[in-house]
Design a protein around this ligand. Structure first.
Ligand SMILES: [Zn+2]
Ligand SMILES: [Zn+2]
Length: 344
């Protein structure tokens, strides 16, 4: 009896300590941008780590050096919203911090793309719409010299870590669930609508299409562009907008149905100007918290927002909720209610 009481006390202490130190209940979000500590023009890649250990890379893009980028660590899942070069990663950083925040130095990542390089090297599940997934799967096959099969599932879940990269694709609106071995709950990833395009850079195609399409300066589309809703095991529900213009599903599907509490919003004048982005937050998606991404401008100096930026105008128009910036290498931690509890 005495021993049981003692054990119980130790357990309560450990749980309380764990809670106060942030163990096992927060989602960690770490932007991997072009310049450490800043929020820069080309920044896209972001790592999301569930409390159970599932690590997700969202839109590898051009702000990483490729599969050898030391900031990546384990990557269990690779998400890709659409095929545009700044997302699939037709180019990659020449080196970390190369060039300027306004114009980073990049080199070609053709013919593979940073997305395929990383999926192949990290034995990641390729989670995206099918048209995009099979394209990435073929590149992963060329890198590894082995076919990229569909992910095996256990009880409906893809269980990570995996021993080889695999495809966990879906159609628009579909869901994949990813569970860490040893965890009792899975991370749920659903594709949602984005109002955009998904044509692939021609440099990533092979001949004869690559040459044939050049004559008309066109390329082909790899299925519909998407956003994602990722429901983490602590309850945090993140809306990854992808590149998109305003659309009403931000209210009906993202807010009303999925009840996303954190919006990870892609900015950029050619799809989402500041006033539209503020409307998406204030009136449509209505999240508890916002993280700004994909700025398409030089946003910060010494980690602070520069005046006269579009991003500053967006922040000033958002009402009643915090907006955090994707500062490269700075890990932010969120509880299940989308409250930032560390790093913001
Ligand atoms: Zn795009
Ligand atoms: Zn983009």
């Amino acid at each position: 009896m005495k021993m049981t009481t003692y054990s119980h006390a130790v357990m309560v202490f450990a749980l309380t300590l764990g809670w106060s130190l942030g163990w096992a209940q927060n989602v960690k979000i770490t932007p991997l941008g072009s310049h450490a500590g800043e929020f820069c023009d080309r920044d896209r890649a972001t790592i999301f780590e569930d409390p159970t250990g599932v690590r997700i890379l969202y839109d590898a893009g051009q702000s990483v050096t490729g599969a050898d980028d030391p900031r990546l660590g384990d990557v269990h899942v690779v998400l890709l919203s659409h095929a545009h070069g700044d997302h699939i990663g037709d180019r990659k950083m020449a080196a970390l911090n190369a060039g300027t925040c306004e114009k980073p130095d990049t080199v070609s990542a053709a013919p593979n793309s940073t997305t395929a390089e990383i999926a192949a090297a990290k034995n990641a599940a390729v989670v995206m719409v099918a048209d995009l997934g099979v394209f990435i799967g073929k590149k992963v096959e060329k890198i590894r010299g082995k076919p990229t099969g569909a992910c095996a599932t256990t009880g409906g879940d893809t269980v990570v870590p995996l021993v080889a990269p695999c495809l966990a694709t879906m159609q628009l609106g579909g869901k994949q669930t990813i569970k860490h071995s040893g965890a009792s709950r899975a991370v749920e990833i659903t594709t949602v609508f984005a109002s955009h395009a998904s044509n692939v850079p021609r440099e990533l195609l092979t001949d004869p299409e690559k040459t044939n399409l050049a004559a008309d300066n066109m390329s082909i589309s790899l299925g519909p562009p998407t956003g994602f809703v990722v429901k983490f095991t602590n309850g945090l529900t993140v809306y990854l907008s992808g590149d998109t213009g305003l659309h009403s599903e931000m209210k009906t599907i993202v807010h009303d149905f999925h009840k996303a509490n954190l919006a990870f919003l892609n900015l950029g004048q050619n799809a989402m100007p500041p006033d539209a982005a503020a409307y998406a937050v204030n009136e449509l998606a209505q999240p508890t918290t916002v993280i700004a991404s994909h700025p398409n401008e030089w946003v910060t100096a010494d980690g602070k927002v520069r005046p006269n930026t579009r991003t500053k105008r967006f922040i000033d128009m958002v009402k009643g909720r915090p907006v955090y910036l994707s500062l490269s290498g700075k890990t932010m931690e969120f509880d299940g209610n989308a409250k930032c509890v560390a790093g913001c």
